[in-house]
Design a protein around this ligand. Structure first.
Ligand SMILES: Nc1nc2c(ncn2[C@@H]2O[C@H](COP(=O)(O)OP(=O)(O)O)[C@@H](O)[C@H]2O)c(=O)[nH]1
Ligand SMILES: [Mg+2]
Length: 314
Protein backbone atom coordinates (compact mmCIF):
# COMPACT_ATOMS: atom_id res chain seq x y z
CA UNK A 1 0.00 0.00 0.00
CA UNK A 2 2.93 2.32 0.81
CA UNK A 3 4.36 1.79 -2.66
CA UNK A 4 1.01 2.33 -4.37
CA UNK A 5 0.39 5.57 -2.38
CA UNK A 6 3.46 7.20 -3.97
CA UNK A 7 1.89 7.02 -7.41
CA UNK A 8 -1.77 7.32 -6.52
CA UNK A 9 -4.19 10.19 -6.81
CA UNK A 10 -7.79 9.35 -6.01
CA UNK A 11 -10.05 7.88 -3.34
CA UNK A 12 -8.41 7.25 0.01
CA UNK A 13 -6.53 3.92 -0.08
CA UNK A 14 -7.86 1.57 2.58
CA UNK A 15 -8.83 -2.05 3.14
CA UNK A 16 -12.40 -2.43 1.83
CA UNK A 17 -14.45 -4.84 -0.23
CA UNK A 18 -15.39 -1.91 -2.51
CA UNK A 19 -13.36 -0.98 -5.60
CA UNK A 20 -11.41 2.31 -5.26
CA UNK A 21 -11.12 4.63 -8.24
CA UNK A 22 -8.18 6.85 -9.01
CA UNK A 23 -5.22 7.67 -11.22
CA UNK A 24 -1.80 6.08 -11.24
CA UNK A 25 1.18 8.17 -12.24
CA UNK A 26 3.26 6.27 -14.79
CA UNK A 27 6.67 7.72 -13.99
CA UNK A 28 8.24 6.29 -17.15
CA UNK A 29 5.72 7.89 -19.49
CA UNK A 30 5.25 10.96 -17.30
CA UNK A 31 1.46 10.63 -17.46
CA UNK A 32 -1.50 9.42 -15.40
CA UNK A 33 -3.53 6.29 -16.08
CA UNK A 34 -7.07 5.70 -14.78
CA UNK A 35 -7.08 2.58 -12.62
CA UNK A 36 -9.28 0.70 -10.18
CA UNK A 37 -7.78 -1.00 -7.15
CA UNK A 38 -9.11 -3.59 -4.77
CA UNK A 39 -7.47 -3.87 -1.35
CA UNK A 40 -8.64 -6.99 0.47
CA UNK A 41 -5.86 -6.72 3.03
CA UNK A 42 -2.77 -4.53 3.52
CA UNK A 43 -0.57 -7.03 1.67
CA UNK A 44 -2.84 -7.86 -1.21
CA UNK A 45 -3.78 -5.22 -3.72
CA UNK A 46 -5.32 -5.90 -7.10
CA UNK A 47 -4.75 -3.24 -9.74
CA UNK A 48 -7.09 -3.17 -12.72
CA UNK A 49 -6.10 -1.05 -15.70
CA UNK A 50 -6.61 -0.95 -19.45
CA UNK A 51 -5.42 -4.25 -20.88
CA UNK A 52 -2.89 -2.77 -23.32
CA UNK A 53 0.61 -4.20 -22.88
CA UNK A 54 2.20 -0.73 -22.73
CA UNK A 55 0.10 0.38 -19.77
CA UNK A 56 0.48 -2.88 -17.87
CA UNK A 57 4.25 -2.93 -18.28
CA UNK A 58 4.52 0.79 -17.39
CA UNK A 59 2.57 0.17 -14.16
CA UNK A 60 4.75 -2.84 -13.42
CA UNK A 61 8.04 -1.03 -13.95
CA UNK A 62 6.84 1.96 -11.91
CA UNK A 63 6.06 -0.38 -9.01
CA UNK A 64 9.39 -2.19 -9.39
CA UNK A 65 11.26 1.16 -9.37
CA UNK A 66 9.54 1.89 -6.07
CA UNK A 67 10.77 -1.33 -4.49
CA UNK A 68 8.24 -3.99 -5.52
CA UNK A 69 9.47 -7.22 -7.06
CA UNK A 70 8.04 -9.16 -9.94
CA UNK A 71 7.07 -12.83 -9.78
CA UNK A 72 5.54 -15.11 -12.41
CA UNK A 73 1.95 -16.20 -11.82
CA UNK A 74 3.28 -19.74 -11.24
CA UNK A 75 5.50 -18.50 -8.42
CA UNK A 76 2.67 -16.35 -7.08
CA UNK A 77 0.35 -19.35 -6.74
CA UNK A 78 3.11 -21.57 -5.32
CA UNK A 79 3.83 -19.13 -2.50
CA UNK A 80 6.95 -17.82 -4.20
CA UNK A 81 8.29 -21.25 -5.15
CA UNK A 82 8.71 -22.31 -8.76
CA UNK A 83 7.54 -25.76 -9.84
CA UNK A 84 11.19 -26.84 -9.99
CA UNK A 85 11.86 -25.70 -6.42
CA UNK A 86 8.65 -27.24 -5.18
CA UNK A 87 9.44 -30.56 -6.92
CA UNK A 88 12.89 -30.58 -5.38
CA UNK A 89 11.50 -29.86 -1.92
CA UNK A 90 8.91 -32.65 -2.21
CA UNK A 91 11.26 -35.25 -3.74
CA UNK A 92 12.65 -36.69 -0.49
CA UNK A 93 9.08 -37.31 0.68
CA UNK A 94 7.90 -39.16 -2.42
CA UNK A 95 6.70 -42.52 -1.10
CA UNK A 96 6.95 -44.60 -4.30
CA UNK A 97 9.13 -44.96 -7.39
CA UNK A 98 6.27 -43.69 -9.57
CA UNK A 99 5.70 -40.50 -7.56
CA UNK A 100 9.47 -39.94 -7.46
CA UNK A 101 9.54 -40.19 -11.26
CA UNK A 102 6.67 -37.72 -11.64
CA UNK A 103 8.40 -35.24 -9.31
CA UNK A 104 11.70 -35.67 -11.17
CA UNK A 105 9.93 -34.94 -14.45
CA UNK A 106 8.51 -31.74 -12.93
CA UNK A 107 11.95 -30.84 -11.58
CA UNK A 108 13.27 -31.26 -15.11
CA UNK A 109 10.77 -28.73 -16.44
CA UNK A 110 7.84 -30.82 -17.72
CA UNK A 111 5.34 -28.09 -16.82
CA UNK A 112 7.27 -25.21 -18.38
CA UNK A 113 7.66 -27.25 -21.57
CA UNK A 114 3.92 -27.94 -21.60
CA UNK A 115 3.06 -24.22 -21.16
CA UNK A 116 5.45 -23.31 -23.96
CA UNK A 117 3.89 -25.91 -26.25
CA UNK A 118 0.34 -24.86 -25.38
CA UNK A 119 1.20 -21.23 -26.07
CA UNK A 120 2.38 -22.13 -29.58
CA UNK A 121 -0.83 -23.97 -30.44
CA UNK A 122 -3.09 -22.13 -32.88
CA UNK A 123 -6.11 -24.39 -32.48
CA UNK A 124 -8.25 -23.19 -29.56
CA UNK A 125 -9.93 -26.59 -29.07
CA UNK A 126 -6.57 -28.31 -28.83
CA UNK A 127 -5.37 -25.65 -26.40
CA UNK A 128 -8.42 -26.21 -24.22
CA UNK A 129 -7.87 -29.97 -24.29
CA UNK A 130 -4.28 -29.59 -23.13
CA UNK A 131 -5.38 -27.22 -20.35
CA UNK A 132 -8.09 -29.65 -19.25
CA UNK A 133 -5.51 -32.41 -19.05
CA UNK A 134 -3.33 -30.13 -16.88
CA UNK A 135 -6.30 -29.48 -14.60
CA UNK A 136 -6.90 -33.21 -14.32
CA UNK A 137 -3.23 -33.81 -13.51
CA UNK A 138 -3.25 -31.00 -10.94
CA UNK A 139 -5.62 -33.14 -8.84
CA UNK A 140 -2.98 -35.87 -8.88
CA UNK A 141 -0.23 -33.34 -8.17
CA UNK A 142 -1.81 -32.81 -4.75
CA UNK A 143 -1.35 -36.49 -3.90
CA UNK A 144 2.23 -37.25 -4.88
CA UNK A 145 3.27 -36.92 -1.25
CA UNK A 146 -0.04 -36.53 0.58
CA UNK A 147 -1.92 -39.80 0.21
CA UNK A 148 -5.42 -40.13 -1.20
CA UNK A 149 -7.88 -40.81 1.61
CA UNK A 150 -10.10 -43.85 1.16
CA UNK A 151 -12.63 -44.35 3.94
CA UNK A 152 -14.38 -47.66 4.64
CA UNK A 153 -17.77 -46.95 6.16
CA UNK A 154 -21.17 -48.53 6.49
CA UNK A 155 -23.34 -50.37 9.01
CA UNK A 156 -21.87 -52.04 12.08
CA UNK A 157 -20.89 -55.64 11.36
CA UNK A 158 -20.94 -55.13 7.57
CA UNK A 159 -17.30 -56.24 7.57
CA UNK A 160 -15.42 -52.96 7.33
CA UNK A 161 -12.63 -54.00 9.70
CA UNK A 162 -12.34 -57.41 8.04
CA UNK A 163 -12.12 -55.73 4.64
CA UNK A 164 -9.56 -53.26 5.96
CA UNK A 165 -7.42 -56.17 7.16
CA UNK A 166 -7.81 -58.15 3.95
CA UNK A 167 -6.89 -55.11 1.85
CA UNK A 168 -3.83 -54.38 3.93
CA UNK A 169 -2.97 -58.01 4.35
CA UNK A 170 -2.69 -58.24 8.11
CA UNK A 171 -4.61 -57.88 11.36
CA UNK A 172 -4.57 -54.15 11.88
CA UNK A 173 -8.18 -53.56 12.86
CA UNK A 174 -10.05 -55.43 15.58
CA UNK A 175 -12.70 -57.69 14.09
CA UNK A 176 -15.56 -58.79 16.30
CA UNK A 177 -18.93 -60.44 15.99
CA UNK A 178 -20.42 -57.92 18.41
CA UNK A 179 -21.55 -54.86 16.48
CA UNK A 180 -19.66 -51.70 17.32
CA UNK A 181 -16.20 -53.02 18.14
CA UNK A 182 -14.24 -50.50 16.13
CA UNK A 183 -14.68 -47.34 18.15
CA UNK A 184 -12.07 -45.17 16.59
CA UNK A 185 -10.79 -44.49 13.14
CA UNK A 186 -7.90 -46.80 12.33
CA UNK A 187 -5.78 -45.86 9.35
CA UNK A 188 -2.96 -47.33 7.35
CA UNK A 189 -0.98 -46.00 4.41
CA UNK A 190 -0.19 -48.16 1.43
CA UNK A 191 0.27 -47.68 -2.31
CA UNK A 192 -2.04 -48.57 -5.20
CA UNK A 193 -0.52 -48.52 -8.68
CA UNK A 194 2.30 -46.39 -7.30
CA UNK A 195 0.03 -43.78 -5.71
CA UNK A 196 0.04 -43.29 -1.94
CA UNK A 197 -3.34 -44.18 -0.44
CA UNK A 198 -4.39 -44.18 3.19
CA UNK A 199 -7.26 -46.47 4.11
CA UNK A 200 -9.45 -45.54 7.08
CA UNK A 201 -11.52 -48.10 8.96
CA UNK A 202 -14.38 -46.44 10.82
CA UNK A 203 -16.96 -47.18 13.48
CA UNK A 204 -20.29 -48.28 12.01
CA UNK A 205 -23.48 -46.29 11.79
CA UNK A 206 -26.28 -47.65 13.93
CA UNK A 207 -28.46 -46.60 16.83
CA UNK A 208 -26.36 -46.74 19.95
CA UNK A 209 -26.46 -45.66 23.57
CA UNK A 210 -22.78 -46.04 24.19
CA UNK A 211 -21.05 -42.69 24.57
CA UNK A 212 -17.70 -44.08 23.46
CA UNK A 213 -19.15 -45.57 20.35
CA UNK A 214 -20.98 -42.35 19.61
CA UNK A 215 -17.69 -40.53 19.65
CA UNK A 216 -16.29 -43.11 17.26
CA UNK A 217 -19.24 -42.57 14.93
CA UNK A 218 -18.76 -38.80 15.08
CA UNK A 219 -15.15 -39.34 14.07
CA UNK A 220 -16.33 -41.59 11.24
CA UNK A 221 -18.55 -38.79 9.96
CA UNK A 222 -15.63 -36.41 10.05
CA UNK A 223 -13.37 -38.76 8.10
CA UNK A 224 -16.13 -39.31 5.54
CA UNK A 225 -16.31 -35.57 5.03
CA UNK A 226 -12.59 -35.49 4.19
CA UNK A 227 -12.52 -38.61 2.04
CA UNK A 228 -11.32 -38.62 -1.54
CA UNK A 229 -13.32 -41.81 -1.96
CA UNK A 230 -15.84 -43.54 0.26
CA UNK A 231 -16.10 -47.33 0.15
CA UNK A 232 -19.58 -48.02 1.52
CA UNK A 233 -19.62 -51.58 2.84
CA UNK A 234 -22.94 -53.43 2.68
CA UNK A 235 -23.64 -56.82 4.27
CA UNK A 236 -25.23 -59.02 1.62
CA UNK A 237 -26.82 -61.20 4.32
CA UNK A 238 -28.81 -58.29 5.80
CA UNK A 239 -32.11 -57.41 4.07
CA UNK A 240 -32.13 -54.09 2.26
CA UNK A 241 -34.85 -52.72 4.56
CA UNK A 242 -32.50 -53.07 7.55
CA UNK A 243 -29.57 -51.30 5.87
CA UNK A 244 -28.65 -47.71 6.73
CA UNK A 245 -29.16 -45.17 3.99
CA UNK A 246 -26.28 -44.94 1.53
CA UNK A 247 -24.80 -41.41 1.65
CA UNK A 248 -25.81 -39.38 -1.35
CA UNK A 249 -22.37 -38.36 -2.57
CA UNK A 250 -20.53 -38.67 -5.87
CA UNK A 251 -17.21 -40.15 -4.75
CA UNK A 252 -18.55 -43.44 -3.50
CA UNK A 253 -18.00 -47.13 -4.28
CA UNK A 254 -20.65 -49.60 -3.10
CA UNK A 255 -18.97 -52.73 -1.79
CA UNK A 256 -21.26 -55.73 -1.20
CA UNK A 257 -19.49 -57.96 1.31
CA UNK A 258 -19.87 -61.56 2.52
CA UNK A 259 -20.54 -63.05 -0.92
CA UNK A 260 -19.18 -66.34 0.49
CA UNK A 261 -22.30 -66.59 2.67
CA UNK A 262 -24.69 -66.23 -0.23
CA UNK A 263 -26.08 -69.46 -1.62
CA UNK A 264 -24.10 -70.23 -4.77
CA UNK A 265 -27.40 -70.65 -6.68
CA UNK A 266 -28.26 -67.01 -6.03
CA UNK A 267 -24.78 -65.58 -6.15
CA UNK A 268 -24.89 -65.52 -9.96
CA UNK A 269 -27.71 -63.01 -9.75
CA UNK A 270 -25.95 -60.87 -7.19
CA UNK A 271 -22.76 -60.83 -9.22
CA UNK A 272 -24.60 -59.85 -12.39
CA UNK A 273 -26.56 -57.18 -10.57
CA UNK A 274 -23.49 -55.63 -9.03
CA UNK A 275 -20.93 -55.57 -11.79
CA UNK A 276 -21.04 -51.86 -12.47
CA UNK A 277 -18.76 -48.88 -11.97
CA UNK A 278 -19.97 -48.20 -8.45
CA UNK A 279 -21.00 -51.66 -7.20
CA UNK A 280 -18.58 -54.45 -6.39
CA UNK A 281 -19.16 -57.80 -4.73
CA UNK A 282 -16.47 -59.15 -2.40
CA UNK A 283 -15.72 -61.44 0.49
CA UNK A 284 -13.40 -60.09 3.12
CA UNK A 285 -13.20 -63.64 4.47
CA UNK A 286 -12.03 -65.44 1.32
CA UNK A 287 -10.48 -62.52 -0.54
CA UNK A 288 -12.84 -62.95 -3.48
CA UNK A 289 -13.30 -59.71 -5.43
CA UNK A 290 -10.68 -57.76 -3.47
CA UNK A 291 -8.41 -57.32 -6.53
CA UNK A 292 -11.35 -55.89 -8.50
CA UNK A 293 -12.23 -53.62 -5.61
CA UNK A 294 -8.68 -52.24 -5.44
CA UNK A 295 -8.58 -51.76 -9.22
CA UNK A 296 -11.88 -49.88 -9.02
CA UNK A 297 -10.63 -47.71 -6.14
CA UNK A 298 -7.51 -46.58 -7.96
CA UNK A 299 -9.41 -46.12 -11.24
CA UNK A 300 -11.83 -43.80 -9.44
CA UNK A 301 -9.02 -41.86 -7.74
CA UNK A 302 -6.81 -41.63 -10.83
CA UNK A 303 -8.81 -42.35 -13.99
CA UNK A 304 -5.94 -41.40 -16.35
CA UNK A 305 -2.53 -41.68 -14.67
CA UNK A 306 0.14 -39.33 -16.04
CA UNK A 307 2.62 -40.87 -18.45
CA UNK A 308 6.39 -40.56 -18.35
CA UNK A 309 7.55 -36.92 -18.82
CA UNK A 310 3.97 -35.57 -18.62
CA UNK A 311 3.36 -32.22 -16.92
CA UNK A 312 1.74 -32.51 -13.48
CA UNK A 313 1.14 -29.14 -11.77
CA UNK A 314 2.17 -29.39 -8.12
N1 LIG B 1 -18.39 -65.14 6.15
C1 LIG B 1 -17.94 -63.88 6.19
N2 LIG B 1 -17.90 -63.23 7.36
C2 LIG B 1 -17.43 -61.95 7.35
C3 LIG B 1 -17.00 -61.32 6.16
N3 LIG B 1 -16.60 -60.06 6.47
C4 LIG B 1 -16.78 -59.93 7.81
N4 LIG B 1 -17.27 -61.06 8.33
C5 LIG B 1 -17.63 -61.29 9.74
O1 LIG B 1 -18.60 -60.32 10.12
C6 LIG B 1 -18.39 -59.92 11.48
C7 LIG B 1 -18.22 -58.42 11.56
O2 LIG B 1 -17.06 -58.07 10.87
P1 LIG B 1 -16.26 -56.72 11.16
O3 LIG B 1 -15.16 -56.65 10.17
O4 LIG B 1 -15.92 -56.59 12.60
O5 LIG B 1 -17.41 -55.65 10.81
P2 LIG B 1 -17.42 -54.07 11.03
O6 LIG B 1 -18.26 -53.81 12.22
O7 LIG B 1 -18.08 -53.52 9.80
O8 LIG B 1 -16.01 -53.61 11.18
C8 LIG B 1 -17.16 -60.70 11.95
O9 LIG B 1 -17.59 -61.85 12.61
C9 LIG B 1 -16.46 -61.06 10.66
O10 LIG B 1 -15.68 -62.24 10.78
C10 LIG B 1 -17.07 -62.06 4.92
O11 LIG B 1 -16.74 -61.60 3.84
N5 LIG B 1 -17.55 -63.33 5.01
MG1 LIG C 1 -15.12 -52.57 12.72
Amino acid sequence: MTILKRHWAGQELRVTDQPLFGRFRLEILGQYEEIVVHISNRNEIEIHSHGGEMVVSAIESTLIQSGACSVSWQEFFCGGETQRELALRLLPFAPTEYTTQILLDQYNGALDREYAEIEKLKNETLKQQRFNRLKENAKIGKHLVNPFRVVLAGASNAGKSSLFNTILGFQRSIVNVIAGTTRDVVSYQTALDGFPVTFYDTAGFRETQLELELQGIERSRQSIAHADLLVWVIDLTVPETEQPLVPNIKNIVLCYNKIDLIDSNNSGNWEKQNVSEKRITVSAATGQGIETLLEQIIRRLVPNPPKLLEAVPL
